[in-house]
Every structure is written in structure tokens, then in C-alpha cells.
Design a protein. Structure first.
Length: 200
């Protein structure tokens, strides 16, 4: 063989050897890298707070009105928001553990007292009760200012009941002039909460 033929056959052998090794080596398929799409819809947030509702409360509560509360609020919580019930309230029909509904109107009734029939028309007399009197009546009864009487009514609503008239002097928001007048009145006269002045 000529040198040229030897060179040709050597090249063919090297090429054949490379093809054989290529075929013997296993190929690993390309794995596509997952891409994150920015156009995917967001999942809804299931941890949102309950919706708000509006409920009206009236009657024998300290602060009647319309309140915006969360759905599922108990009647007891709503009455607390309204300042609580007044001393004259009749809550025997109130379901405290019930849940308020949107648009509901809760009425707290007032306790009814049977009226006593007098034996004679001329014997009819209005009974004094500081726990039921208006600010105007309290101002006239004790001869104090209307502002002081209004503060006494507010104190009565917060405490629910005035058990003794000595509590009137302890009302922190009444003017000092009216406080002095009430103090002098308590020292000179013994008073009863319901029937007014007591005489020895």
C-alpha cells in the first residue's frame, strides 16, 4: 500500500472509532427548568375578618342608637356597647346569647309597675324617686343648677342605681357650688331616696 492509502485508511479507522464510542455512551435527556408564570391567578385569602353589620338598639339602655358590629356579635356584647341596661329595664325577654342580625332592631322594655288605685281622687300624690326623676325635676327638688342635675343623671346611668343620697356629694363632675349646697342639705335634713325628706 502506498503511503497515501495508509493515511486514508488510518483516518477512516479513527472516524469509525469515534462513532462507536459515541453510540456506546448513554445520552441524558435535557430536563426543562420549570418557569414561574407571573400571570397565574392569586389564591383568595381565606383568613379575612367577618363582615360588618348594622343593628339598632333602643329602650331602657344607657346609649340607644345604631351600632356597626361584626357579624356574629352576641346580644350581650351589643348591650355592653350601648352602655348597659338601665335600672328600670325588664330584660326577662332578652336573649343575651343570641347573635345580632343585620338590620335587626333590639328593644329593651321598661319594667312595668302596677298602679295603685287611690281611695279618693284628692289623695293622689306624686311619689319622689331620684332613680326615676328627670334632670329638671332633680334640679328643682334640690334647688341646684341644671348642669349639676344632668351630671347626677349621668352618674345614675353609669352606676345603675343610687342607693343613698349621700352619693350625690361624691359625683365628681358637679360644680363645687352645687356640691356645697347638697352637703349642707344633707347635714340639716335626713332624706329618703324614694319619699323625699323625712321629718322627726
Amino acid at each position: 500500500m502506498t503511503p497515501k492509502q495508509i493515511t486514508i485508511w488510518a483516518s477512516v479507522g479513527v472516524l469509525a472509532l469515534g462513532v462507536g464510542m459515541r453510540m456506546a455512551t448513554p445520552t441524558i435527556p435535557d430536563v426543562a427548568t420549570p418557569t414561574t408564570s407571573t400571570n397565574e391567578p392569586r389564591r383568595p385569602n381565606l383568613s379575612h375578618s367577618p363582615p360588618m353589620i348594622q343593628v339598632q338598639i333602643s329602650g331602657a339602655v344607657v346609649n340607644p342608637g345604631i351600632y356597626k358590629v361584626k357579624k356574629g356579635t352576641r346580644i350581650a356584647e351589643l348591650i355592653t356597647l350601648a352602655g348597659g341596661i338601665q335600672h328600670s329595664a325588664d330584660d326577662s325577654t332578652i336573649n343575651y346569647v343570641g347573635k345580632a342580625r343585620d338590620g335587626q332592631h333590639i328593644k329593651v322594655p321598661t319594667r312595668r309597675h302596677p298602679a295603685k288605685k287611690p281611695s279618693k281622687p284628692q289623695q293622689i300624690a306624686r311619689q319622689w324617686d331620684i332613680n326615676r326623676e328627670s334632670a329638671t325635676a332633680i334640679a328643682a327638688h334640690y334647688e341646684i343648677s341644671k348642669r349639676a342635675a344632668t351630671e347626677i343623671v349621668r352618674y345614675r346611668s353609669q352606676m345603675g342605681w343610687i342607693r343613698h343620697e349621700s352619693e350625690l356629694i361624691q359625683v365628681p363632675t358637679i360644680p363645687s357650688k352645687d356640691r356645697s349646697k347638697l352637703s349642707a342639705l344633707m347635714e340639716s335634713t335626713r332624706y329618703d331616696i324614694v319619699s323625699g325628706p323625712l321629718r322627726d
